[in-house]
Design a protein around this ligand. Structure first.
Ligand code: WT7
Length: 632
């Protein structure tokens, strides 16, 4: 498939995509294997919302990830797996082998009762089996719901229930750095209240002792002995659901973002190839976990659709030391490397002695995703890792967008540190003011919206279409609202400034303030909490919790430990507050709304200008909080 190769071509493609989106995307879609070609490219309206791409088309995404490549690249490595422990052998899985293993796994799912349209939960470590299970679901038309294996039993339970999954695939345990996580034990706990799950298929990874419930739990390796590796791909309509992936918003419980087969496939491949300027034979490594959208689109689907070699890493950047990423880059001659600002900052903070031993000479393109990348981290990444000659693609997108939306095309778009730069062809961003008016021209700032559909956009939120409408399509009529603030500079370049809603981005992970508050409120001594984000050197944003207690805790350290425990139980360790301040009241307006703006300022340690506090029910609480925070 051809890719854009100059800025002029980008511009002409962009114009074409706006003038005639349907013919633009039809041309991209022609490059895939369709069981039946579409009748109509697009139907849409953003109020319901109703978005349909490649209507009437039939396909199976795994035929395009696997079968389509077998003749030309059957013996090429599809997945290159690097284990947590560097002394354990890396594994290369060719396209032929991957095809066989996906088919076998699909047959295991079928043997255990899986049918087209079922929801199957995957709660797994970063082993090849996770990618294989994902594709196996898609092979048989089951909808995968991958839950990041760092989430707690409660979070897992909520997600299983919301999508009424009937099967879960998990492992005895998982390795992450020096830690072993007992996944099966967590699953057992979650399943106590999840009657919809009939089967749990367990990968043996750590060999740790686990409970196997007769009739429900089966070992994957035993099941695999019972099946062959022939599994025809299920015929899917373009708009059949491919997967659901949960993500947090400003209110309520995490919602299941739904993506469908046809449009997601086209956009995953197109964006992967163009943003990274993938060349035949490149070794590509995205360090994300498949539990997040980045892993779905840019570890599994995008690279495999493009016929690339995709590296999967089981471990963490700092194990056995902070040089691990760079050691892996050299070991596997990685050409395209994609990671998150939080990892860059954490590794930069450990010092250059962890980078210096490695040549990093295979690297050609560097990517960044998940949060704004600050200039200091950008320069370190550029100078120390890229040696000044690898373009950095700062890719802005979201779980809901399915793929990269605003980003440089490597080596083509002129870069500006901390700018996601320009929209991909087919993407029509706009900035709107608080009244919903579009802000035209350059050198402006506003709320980032998208005013025209793109193939991989969210279709619905699982089981609650109205929520999808309310959250994304109601704030600004006729537009998809991203929740991000953004600047468009004098050159028309976009710079994402961060969330404008009550969402906190901690190390690239999204949390709603409300969900963390709900977790902290579970502590028996807590009456009410307000959570805000504050600038954090490594995590981007940290979590600052203001808590009103029934009685002043006698020992603050114990109290903090208990609150952390509660948060770990309800969400997971990544949502632990960085700071907890006990207060006697919260700054509320007369209508009872917490003025988070003030709490954010205090959390930042900047109380010079708290703005208008006259609408507060009791302005004196502000003084009190300032004093408790040591800023009085
Ligand atoms: C939010 C989406 C899809 C990527 C993984 C996170 C922030 C993401 C960037 C970037 C500035 C970014 C936004 C967005 N974000 N990438 N390059 N520059 N901000 O996916 O969990 O759905 O979070 O992450 O705030 O809305 P997600």
């Amino acid at each position: 498939m051809k890719k854009i190769n100059s800025i002029e071509q980008y511009q002409s493609q962009y114009e074409k995509s706006v003038e005639n989106p349907e013919s633009f995307w039809a041309e991209k879609a022609e490059n895939f294997n369709w069981i039946k070609k579409w009748d109509k490219v697009l139907e849409w309206e953003f109020n319901t919302p109703k978005i349909e791409w490649f209507i009437g088309g039939q396909l199976n995404i795994t035929e395009n990830c696997l079968d389509r490549h077998l003749e030309s690249r059957g013996n090429q490595t599809a997945i290159l797996w690097e284990p947590n422990d560097p002394t354990e052998q890396a594994i290369e899985i060719t396209y032929n082998e991957l095809h066989n293993r996906v088919c076998s796994f699909a047959n295991v799912l079928k043997r255990n009762g899986a049918k087209k349209g079922d929801r199957i939960c995957l709660y797994m470590p970063m082993t090849p089996e996770l990618a294989i299970a994902t594709l196996a679901c898609a092979r048989i038309g089951a909808i995968h719901s991958v839950v990041f294996a760092g989430f707690s039993a409660r979070s897992l339970e909520d997600r299983i229930k919301d999508a009424t999954c009937n099967i879960i695939v998990t492992a005895d345990g998982g390795y992450r750095g020096a830690k072993t996580i007992e996944l099966k034990t967590i699953v057992d706990k979650a399943l106590e209240t999840c009657p919809s799950i009939k089967k749990s298929i367990v990968l043996k990874r750590t060999g740790g002792e686990v409970n196997m419930k007769t009739g429900r739990d089966v070992w994957l390796h035993e099941e695999l002995n019972q099946v062959d590796n022939i599994c025809p791909a299920e015929k899917m309509n373009s708009e059949d659901e491919l997967f659901v992936l949960y993500t947090s918003g400003s209110t309520g419980k995490p919602k299941g973002v739904v993506h469908t087969c046809g449009g997601y496939m086209v956009y995953a491949e197109y964006s992967f190839r163009n943003v990274f300027q993938y060349q035949e034979g490149d070794i590509y490594w995205c360090t994300a976990d498949i539990g997040w959208i980045t892993g779905h689109t840019y570890i599994v689907y995008g690279p495999l659709l493009a016929g690339a070699t995709t590296v999967m890493f089981e471990g963490v950047p700092t194990y056995p030391d902070a040089g691990r990423f760079w050691e892996i880059c050299d070991k596997h001659n990685v050409n395209l490397f994609y990671t998150a600002p939080t990892a860059i900052r954490a590794l930069q903070a450990r010092g250059n002695q962890f980078v210096n031993p490695y040549s990093l000479s295979s690297l050609r393109v560097l990517g960044s995703v998940g949060e704004p990348i600050n200039e200091e981290a950008w320069h370190w990444y550029n100078d120390k890792i890229g040696k000044g000659n690898c373009p950095i693609v700062d890719t802005w997108w979201q779980t809901e967008t399915g793929g990269i939306m605003i980003s440089p095309l490597a080596g083509i778009t002129a870069l500006k540190p901390s700018y996601a730069t320009l929209p991909l062809p087919g993407i029509q961003p706009c900035l709107v003011d608080s009244d919903g008016n579009e802000i035209e021209g350059n050198d402006v700032q506003g709320n980032l919206c998208i005013k025209f559909p793109w193939p991989s956009m969210i279709r619905t939120t699982y089981g609650d279409h109205d929520r999808c409408k309310q959250v994304y399509f109601s704030t600004y009529k006729g537009k998809y609202f991203t929740g991000d603030g953004c600047r468009r500079d004098e050159d028309g370049y976009y710079r994402i400034t961060g969330r404008v809603d009550d969402v906190i981005n901690v190390s690239g992970h999204r949390f709603g303030t409300a969900e963390i508050e709900a977790a902290i409120d579970e502590h028996e001594n807590v009456v009410e909490t307000a959570v805000v984000g504050f600038p954090h050197d490594i995590k981007g944003q940290g979590i600052y919790a203001y808590a009103i207690c029934h009685s002043q805790p006698t020992d603050m350290d114990t109290f903090i430990k208990e609150v952390n425990k509660t948060v770990i139980e309800f969400i997971g360790p990544i949502a632990k507050p960085d700071k907890i301040l006990i207060v006697s009241g919260l700054p509320k307006t007369r209508s009872g709304k917490i003025m988070r703006r003030i709490l954010r300022k205090i959390a930042e340690g900047d109380v010079s200008n708290l703005g208008d506090t006259s609408t507060l029910l009791d302005p004196s609480v502000v003084e009190e909080i300032k004093t408790s925070a040591g800023l009085g």
